[in-house]
Design a protein around this ligand. Structure first.
Ligand code: NAG
Ligand code: NAG
Length: 375
């Protein structure tokens, strides 16, 4: 108890403050004038809930800041500890208030005209947990050209520069991106070879994956790729008639646009957001490079349990090339993965041999897990 409690209380208070204000206006105007229409029951109910929460939080705060000898009996409506924990890592509905400078810039535009060229600003806000962003009343900017035909091949020989608004990126063409790093997902010659060959134990090819699923009579129709880049996993699966949703952020390059140009579905969703998918409807979730040791462990734990939520019984969870420090793998991450209680279909570790891997003593972990059919 007590860790970051003050902060959490503030965040929760901020969350309800806006609601309180609007309801207060409603109730004070009701006191001064006879109401034309009665206040709907649900609003009264909401107001009572908010009042109860505030008075509860206030009593908690005074209990923790006044005499420690005070041993009041625990109140009936204690705040669930997971709500406090979650509010600490991703403040519910108040994260936007934590970045007023960015939010002010984002909402400072001329209504009913062309939106400012500020997709980098929305990206920055979303990555700081301000999601969903407020809506705006302006017209979105459009690239000079739109695709004129249905993409039949998700590995096109070239990508049209004219389909992208380059203004917020430092590169102004796909050639530039590929010269900078041809492994970002924009060089289709490289993308078309991915998921097909096994270079080490850490790889799982799509043919292997499909044969594993087939041998356990498990059908893969619908999958989710978290941190999907330009959607290459979805592209390869599409050739097997499997639909894959790709979550991708536009970090310095047009990942979402290119996923769409390939005829795939880009979901603009940060890692800390609850997956916009109903419970138990997905056959496979894959996490790529984006899920790694830089994600706070608690955030990762909430992510894993959200993956569990969307997976159907018997569905697969594939953690692909997760990297961490070697010392943390057995201490932190392997227990986190095992805690799910899934069947381990594949478990492979290996040294990460690039510059940062050698510098920080990092290792890779690739696991394929199968969700139990009964819980
Ligand atoms: C995908 O579906 C198309 C059209 O139904 C079919 O012709 C093709 O053989 C299927 N491909 C695979 C790999 O199942
Ligand atoms: C991985 O790295 C560790 C520590 O640097 C080393 O002891 C081990 O032999 C390496 N393993 C392989 C398979 O290269």
């Amino acid at each position: 108890m007590g860790f970051g409690m003050g902060l959490n209380l503030l965040l929760l208070l901020a969350m309800v403050a806006t609601n309180i204000l609007s309801l207060y206006h409603l109730s004070s105007s009701l006191q001064s004038k006879p109401p034309a229409t009665p206040v709907p029951d649900y609003l009264i109910h909401q107001l009572n809930t908010i009042r109860a929460t505030i008075s509860h939080l206030t009593s908690l705060r005074s209990a923790s800041t006044t005499t420690p000898t005070m041993t009041s009996p625990p109140s009936k409506a204690t705040i669930p500890s997971d709500l406090l924990l979650y509010a600490h890592i991703s403040p519910i509905a108040s994260a936007c208030h934590n970045h007023p400078d960015l939010l002010h810039r984002y909402m400072n535009y001329t209504p009913f005209s062309l939106c400012p060229p500020d997709t980098d600003l929305s990206e920055a806000l979303i990555l700081r947990g301000c999601h969903p962003l407020p809506r705006r009343r302006c017209f979105s900017r459009t690239p000079p050209k739109s695709p004129s035909s249905v993409p039949t091949n998700p590995f096109p020989s070239s990508l049209p520069d004219s389909a992208i608004l380059w203004s917020t990126y430092s590169c102004k063409s796909f050639n530039c991106l590929n010269r900078f790093n041809d492994n970002l997902g924009f060089e289709m010659k490289i993308e078309s070879s991915k998921f097909l060959t096994m270079k080490s134990e850490l790889d799982l090819t799509i043919p292997q994956l499909l044969s594993i699923a087939k041998s356990s009579s498990s059908v893969i129709r619908l999958a989710l790729d978290i941190g999907a880049g330009t959607g290459t996993f979805a592209a390869r699966m599409k050739l097997h008639n499997i639909t894959v949703l790709s979550t991708t952020m536009n970090l310095g390059a047009p990942y979402s646009e290119v996923t769409a140009l390939r005829g795939l579905v880009p979901l603009h969703v940060p890692l800390q957001q609850r997956l916009p998918i109903f419970d138990g409807v997905v056959d496979l979730v894959r996490c790529g490079h984006a899920v790694n040791r830089w994600i706070p462990t608690t955030t990762m734990e909430f992510l894993f349990y959200d993956v569990d939520r969307v997976l159907r019984p018997g569905g697969y969870f594939w953690l692909d090339h997760f990297f961490s420090k070697a010392t943390d793998l057995e201490r932190v991450y392997a227990p986190l993965v095992r805690k799910l209680g899934y069947k381990i279909v594949k478990w492979a570790t290996g040294n990460k041999t690039d510059a940062s891997g050698i510098k920080y003593g990092e290792v890779y972990l690739t696991v394929l897990l199968q969700k139990p059919t009964t819980k």
